[in-house]
Design a protein around this ligand. Structure first.
Ligand code: COA
Length: 268
């Protein structure tokens, strides 16, 4: 199981399982289509903090319980009574939790098993890769509720699918089905529902077979670099490249190639 942090909070709305270096985090409020209420957001934060600190866990699959939804959004019952101050704080809190996932330093794959709407779409976009089942539908319907994205959706969606397509989704609030999500680059792959978790795990295991520091620095270079001018981003890449030359994994990975054997990475 993930490290100490996960034991500090008894989860009610999520489950966390781990096997052989992979953690599977499942949002488990199927009766509310896994809507993100404040407690669920807190539990996700605690779970990802624990997973981030646990060296035995090398990658994560994030999915939703039940057959209908990944996450159908922030909990509209909570949103309906919020003051401007509550709303701003809820938005900042959610953004921080999603940033924790995006900057976890270990690959996180969203297995999108149904509706991924509003905060659910934003959560999936904070993951490094999205695999959708054929029944998945993604969208940002906040405008239909008289609100707007508050968990980074106005920023991550245009970065993923381009400004024009993002604005079409953001301004209509209409959902896209799985083939359309694939076509516009909102998801990486579409697979039959029954194969979703197996495909996500197979892809994740290809990633975590590689050097853990390589994965961590690559995620950092992409996440931080995309926000910088190209020359500065390349300088960051060069600095991380220099740093990675100090690791045992660099020595092991290159030596293993020359000795024609599989590398044994330790993450050091
Ligand atoms: N927040 C709170 N509760 C939600 C929810 C949300 N985002 N999404 C669904 N639920 C609840 C419903 O209120 C319902 O609860 P009830 O059984 O106590 O009445 C239950 O989950 C099942 O949803 P229901 O609407 O009956 O399912 P459906 O199959 O008819 O419709 C959706 C599915 C996804 C189209 C519909 O639930 C929906 O539009 N949800 C809101 C999506 C949204 O606007 N998200 C952005 C929020 S910022």
């Amino acid at each position: 199981m993930p490290g100490d942090g996960s034991r500090l909070m008894a989860y009610q709305n999520i489950t966390v399982e781990s096997r052989d270096a992979v953690a599977i985090v499942t949002i488990n409020r199927a009766e509310k289509l896994n809507a993100l209420d404040d407690r669920t957001v807190d539990e996700l934060d605690a779970a990802f903090a624990a997973i981030g600190a646990d060296v035995a866990i090398r990658g994560v699959i994030l999915t939703g319980a039940g057959e209908k939804a990944f996450v159908a959004g922030a909990d509209i019952a909570e949103l309906s009574t919020q003051s401007p101050v509550d709303g701003k704080e809820r938005s900042i809190r959610g953004q921080k939790v999603l940033a924790r996932i995006e900057d976890l330093g270990k690959p996180v794959i969203a297995a999108v098993n149904g509706f991924a709407l509003g905060g659910g779409c934003e959560l999936a976009m904070a993951c490094h890769v999205r695999i959708a089942s054929e029944n998945a539908r993604l969208g940002t319907p906040e405008v239909k509720l008289g609100i707007m994205c508050g968990y980074g959706g106005t920023q991550r969606l245009p970065r993923l699918v381009g400004k024009g397509r993002a604005l079409e989704m953001l301004l209509t609030g209409e959902m896209v089905d799985a083939p359309e999500a694939l076509r516009i680059g909102l998801v990486n792959r579409v697979v039959p529902r029954e194969k979703l978790l197996a495909e996500a795990e197979a892809l994740l295991r290809k990633m975590i077979a590689n050097g853990p520091v390589s994965l961590r620095f690559t995620i950092e270079a992409v996440n931080s670099g995309l926000e910088l001018p190209l020359a500065e981003a390349q300088y960051l890449e060069a600095t991380l490249f220099g740093l990675i030359c100090t690791t045992g994994d660099m020595k092991e990975g290159t030596r293993a190639f020359l000795e024609k054997r599989p590398a044994k990475f330790t993450g050091k």
